[in-house]
Design a protein around this ligand. Structure first.
Ligand code: NAD
Ligand code: GLY
Length: 364
């Protein structure tokens, strides 16, 4: 097992990463009161809920709530199911919520914890690769609004994060690819050597080799922890973690949440960011090919939906949280391993990228 610390002063917390951690009792020291509510969904509950419950001491009063599965349920109505369970079972301010699931369950549980009685503790037990390397770390919580993804939310840090790599064995392959989009993102924005490691081991990672997974998850969380420690509330450097996300969120919103997986949309969005960076002369066409190759090796889509027009993209991108004073800001690559957040690009170049479709990366 490897342990990492997210360094946020009095809100610091550990991330435990390794095989077979689900029932090792690691979260016990981080449960302060006598009550626990496990929040999970109807897919994950039959797989892992009993194991988690039986790993907790008998002295705790453990309740659970099982949400419907899917991004389309990540809304205020369904967060209410968590509040209903907490109130019906008389949970008080010392309760701890445990999110057992992917990013949807994690974001909703964290948001419920941020709101319930003005804030209670919560623990993340992420079960998808995406949630293990990204959404369970850093304290962003929230739900979608029909007009925009993750538009209602709060920053609320967990007490600890327990990452059991074994749970990835039951994850559908498409979801593994979606998680790889975020892993690849860390190499692209922050650490070219890590990108080389991923290029060398992408097949082993896709084949779920435990030692490779542990290493890739560790380095991804380490980069995220470093960035979050510098900029918890995203007033600067944290926005770099959104490489490909502004384009990706537009794809998700256009197609209807859940049609394209978040990570798949980030994959195509990353290609769009690479294409624009290349058109601006910042990275080479060889770099773009390298990015395309690793995304393809992880079985990710590399082109946006053919039916999406440049105008549709622009409309949807204008509600992005990175829009400041009406100006669209994008995360782009100055070089492989170094990203910037910028609004300093000619709109004509962005238009070219938005209109490129399956020619992305070919004309720079
Ligand atoms: P998800 O939570 O929808 O999980 C994907 C699917 O896999 C679901 O059907 C789920 O039930 C199933 N599943 C989960 N674990 C499983 C397992 N071990 N075995 C079998 N099936 C399993 O999707 P996700 O990709 O984990 O998360 C996406 C969400 O995360 C989006 O809502 C996105 O906005 C959010 N997100 C948040 C942050 C953040 O910083 N808070 C960062 C990135 C993404
Ligand atoms: N996923 C981006 C962030 O946590 O900031």
């Amino acid at each position: 097992m490897q342990t990492l610390k997210v360094d946020l002063g009095e809100r610091s917390y550990p991330i435990f990463i390794g095989q077979g951690l689900l029932d090792r009792g690691l979260m016990q020291p981080y449960i302060k009161g006598q009550q626990v509510l496990i929040v999970t969904n109807e897919t994950i509950a039959p797989l892992y809920l009993d194991r988690l419950v039986s790993s907790l001491p008998d002295s705790l009063k453990v309740d659970s709530v099982i949400l419907p599965d899917g991004e389309r349920y990540k809304d205020l109505d369904h967060v209410n199911m968590v509040f209903d369970a907490l109130l019906n079972k008389r949970h008080n301010r010392t309760t701890t919520l445990i999110a057992l699931g992917g990013g949807v369950v994690g974001d909703m549980t964290g948001f419920a914890a941020a709101c319930y009685q003005r804030g209670v503790d919560f623990i993340q037990v992420p079960t998808t690769l995406l949630s293990q390397v990204d959404s369970s770390v850093g304290g962003k919580t929230g739900v979608n609004h029909p007009q925009g993804k993750n538009m209602i939310g709060a920053f609320h840090q967990p007490q600890c994060v327990v990452i059991d790599t074994d749970v990835l064995n039951t994850l559908p392959e498409k979801e593994l690819s979606a998680g790889m989009a975020e892993v690849i993102k860390y190499g692209l924005i922050y650490d070219e050597a890590f990108l080389c490691y991923l290029e060398d081991h992408v097949d082993g990672l896709m084949g779920l080799q435990p030692d490779l997974l542990e290493q890739a998850i560790f380095r991804s969380c380490e980069i995220k922890a470093e960035v979050v420690a510098q900029d918890e509330k995203e007033s600067g450097i944290r926005a770099l973690l959104n490489l490909g996300h502004t384009f990706g969120h537009a794809i998700e919103a256009d197609q209807g949440y859940g049609e394209w997986l978040h990570g798949e949309a980030v994959g195509a969005g990353t290609m769009m960011a690479a294409d624009l960076s290349c058109r601006l002369g910042w990275i080479s066409s060889g770099d773009v090919t390298r990015i395309k190759d690793i995304l393809e090796a992880a079985n990710l889509p590399i082109y946006p939906p053919t039916e999406m027009s440049a105008d549709q993209f622009k409309n949807l991108m204008s509600v992005d949280k990175k829009v400041l004073d009406g100006q669209l800001r994008l995360v782009l690559l100055k070089q492989v391993g170094q990203a910037v957040v910028t609004s300093d690009f000619p709109v004509a170049k962005l238009d070219e990228t938005l209109a490129a479709g399956t020619s992305l990366g070919q004309c720079c």
